[in-house]
Design a protein around this ligand. Structure first.
Ligand code: SF4
Ligand code: FE
Length: 512
C-alpha cells in the first residue's frame, strides 16, 4: 500500500544540502566533522556517550570509513573510487553509485580490495552502496507492477546522497525473536521492525535492527525488510530512509574481543593501530518517517526480491573487501616468517602459497559474478546472483583456513607475549627485548607489532570483521546454500550426463 502525501524535503536535509552543495566529494576531515555535529542517543558499557567521533574505542572504525573519503580525493585512485552519476552527470564517490555496467561492478570489487588493503578491516560503507542498488531496481519494478511512485522518490533521495557524498547504512537484520516463526506469527510483533501508526504526514515505526555495520559512522539510515513476506504481513513490508540523529532511534555499541586495548596509549597491543570495524544494535522506538522518505509500504510481494538483490550485492562485496584484508594477513605472515628467520623453510613457503591461492580464489569469485552481471529493468546492473552466492559460500570458509595458516606461521608467542608496557619498563624492558630478538637486525618491536596484528585479525577485535563477519555477514552459510539449490539447474546437468552415456537424446557422431 502507498499513501503519497506531504513530500516536502525535510528542513534538516535542506540545510545539509546547502552546506554541501559545492562539495560533491567530501574530505575525510569534513566527514569526521559531520559526525561531531551528530546528536545521537548512544550507549556503550552501560553509559551514554557524547562526542562519539573522538571516543578512542569508536575512532578506529571512523578512521576506516574516512578512508573511503580520502582515497576518492587521490588522483591515483580516481578511476576506482569515483564514478559519473547516471542521475545528475556529476562526479561522485563510487560508494554512492548506481552501477551502470559490468565494468562498474568489477571496479566496485577492486575498490573494496584496495580499501581492505589500506585498512585491514571492515570499512563499513558498502552496506549502503549495496542497499542503494537493490532499492533502486526493486522500487522501479514495484512501480511498474503496482502503479506506485516509489522509484522517482528514491531517485530524488539518491541525488541528495550523491551530491552530498553521504555515508548511508543499509539496515536489514531484525531482532527476529523465535526463528521458527515468520514476522506476522511472532508473539512480540516488534521482533521485526514494523509500522505502528500511519499519519497524514508519514509513518511511525518500531523494532530493532541488529549487527548494524558502521551504523553511527553514517549520515543516514536506509531501512529494508529482513526477509520475504506473505499476505497479511503488510505492516512489516516497509522501506525508508532517515537521518542518523532522528528522534527515537537508540544506538547500543557492540563489544568486540580486546576492544578495551584501544584505550591503552601507544596502540601496539591493538595490532591494527589506526583502523577497526563497528557493529551497533539500533532500536527504533516509535520513530517518525515522513512520506517523502518512504520507499515501500505494504508491498509484501516485493520484499523477497529486495532482500535477494541486496544479499546478492553484499555477497559480491565480500569477494573484494575480505580479499584486501586477506592481502594484509598474507603480508603479516610473510613478515613474521622473515623476522623469525624461517621464510626459507619449504613448509612455510607452501603455507603462504596456500594462503595466496585461497585469497585469489575469493577474488576470482568476486570478479566472476561482476563480469557476468546484467542490467535490471531499472537500468542499473545486478551481479550474477548464483556466482555471488558461490563467492560468499567460499568466504565463509577460506578466511578461517587463512587465519589458521597465519597462526601456524606466527607461532605461540602471538598469545604469550608480554604487554607493550613490559617492553617499555625501565628495569625489565631490556631483558624482555633481549629475549624477544628474532633474526638478524630486525628489532624486537617489529616482531611485537606484526604478532599483535595477526592476533588482532585472527582472534582479536579485527577477527569480527575478518572471520565472524565472513561467516554471518550478508547471510550465514545456509542462506547461500538455499540460493545455490534454487539457482543451479540440476535437470540440465542430468540431461547432459544422460546424453553422454546414451540414456536419452543420443547424438550420432558422423565424423568417424
Ligand atoms: Fe564492506 Fe566488507 Fe564491511 Fe561489508 S564486511 S561493509 S563489504 S568492508
Ligand atoms: Fe558485512
Amino acid at each position: 500500500m502507498i499513501v503519497v502525501q506531504g513530500g516536502d524535503e525535510r528542513k534538516r536535509n535542506n540545510q545539509l544540502g546547502k552546506e554541501r552543495a559545492c562539495m560533491p566529494l567530501r574530505t575525510p576531515q569534513e566527514y569526521i566533522d559531520d559526525l561531531r555535529k551528530m546528536k545521537i542517543e548512544l550507549y556503550m558499557f552501560g553509559e551514554k556517550v557524547e562526542n562519539y567521533a573522538d571516543h578512542p574505542i569508536i575512532r578506529p572504525s571512523i578512521n576506516a570509513m574516512a578512508m573511503t573519503y580520502k582515497l576518492a580525493q587521490e588522483p591515483e585512485y580516481e578511476d576506482l573510487m569515483t564514478a559519473t552519476s547516471n542521475l545528475t552527470g556529476h562526479k561522485i564517490n563510487r560508494f554512492t553509485h548506481l552501477h551502470q555496467s559490468t565494468d562498474d561492478l568489477v571496479k566496485k570489487v577492486k575498490m573494496q580490495r584496495l580499501l581492505g588493503q589500506k585498512t585491514g578491516c571492515c570499512f563499513q560503507r558498502c552496506v549502503g552502496m549495496d542497499a542503494f542498488n537493490a532499492v533502486y531496481s526493486t522500487t522501479y519494478e514495484m512501480d511498474q507492477a503496482k502503479g506506485t511512485g516509489y522509484h522517482e522518490r528514491f531517485k530524488k533521495y539518491m541525488e541528495y546522497v550523491q551530491d552530498n557524498d553521504l555515508a548511508v547504512d543499509g539496515c536489514m537484520t531484525d531482532a527476529r525473536g523465535d526463528r521458527s516463526k515468520s514476522p506476522g506469527a511472532q508473539p512480540d510483533p516488534d521482533a521485526y521492525l514494523h509500522v505502528v501508526e500511519r499519519r497524514e504526514d508519514g509513518l511511525v515505526v518500531r523494532g530493532c535492527k541488529l549487527h548494524q555495520t558502521g551504523m553511527i559512522n553514517s549520515h543516514e539510515i536506509l531501512v529494508m525488510p529482513n526477509n520475504a513476506l506473505r499476505e497479511g504481513e503488510e505492516e512489516w513490508a516497509v522501506m525508508f530512509a532517515i537521518p542518523l540523529d532522528t528522534p527515537g532511534v537508540i544506538y547500543v555499541y557492540g563489544r568486540q574481543s580486546s576492544d578495551t586495548r584501544k584505550l591503552e596509549s601507544g596502540g601496539i597491543d591493538t595490532g591494527n593501530i589506526h583502523f577497526g570495524g563497528q557493529e551497533v544494535m539500533t532500536i527504533f522506538n516509535d520513530v517518525f518517517v515522513p512520506w517523502d522518505r518512504v520507499f515501500m509500504d505494504g508491498e509484501t510481494e516485493f520484499a523477497g526480491m529486495l532482500v535477494e538483490r541486496f544479499a546478492g550485492y553484499h555477497r559480491q562485496s565480500y569477494g573484494g573487501c575480505k580479499v584486501g584484508v586477506g592481502d594484509t594477513l598474507i603480508g603479516a605472515a610473510q613478515a613474521i616468517a622473515d623476522y623469525n628467520g624461517v621464510s626459507r623453510a619449504s613448509h612455510i613457503k607452501d603455507k603462504i602459497i596456500e594462503m595466496c591461492h585461497l585469497n585469489e580464489t575469493l577474488y576470482a569469485c568476486g570478479i566472476a559474478c561482476s563480469s557476468e552481471g546484467r542490467p535490471t529493468a531499472a537500468g542499473n546492473y545486478l551481479i550474477n546472483v548464483l556466482l555471488a552466492n558461490i563467492c560468499k559460500q567460499n568466504v565463509t570458509r577460506f578466511p578461517y583456513e587463512m587465519a589458521r595458516l597465519a597462526q601456524d606461521i606466527a607461532g605461540g608467542f602471538m598469545v604469550t607475549m608480554p604487554s607493550d608496557k613490559d617492553f617499555d619498563h625501565p628495569e625489565i624492558g631490556p631483558l624482555v627485548r633481549k629475549y624477544t630478538q628474532g633474526s638478524g637486525e630486525v628489532p624486537p618491536e617489529n616482531r611485537q607489532r606484526i604478532l599483535r596484528l595477526i592476533e588482532n585479525m585472527t582472534m582479536g577485535a579485527g577477527a569480527v570483521g575478518y572471520l565472524t563477519e565472513s561467516m554471518h555477514g550478508a547471510g550465514s552459510p545456509q542462506a547461500q546454500r538455499i540460493m545455490i539449490s534454487r539457482l543451479v539447474n540440476l535437470q540440465h546437468r542430468k540431461e547432459l550426463a544422460e546424453k553422454l552415456c546414451g540414456v536419452k537424446d543420443r547424438d550420432d557422431i558422423d565424423w568417424e
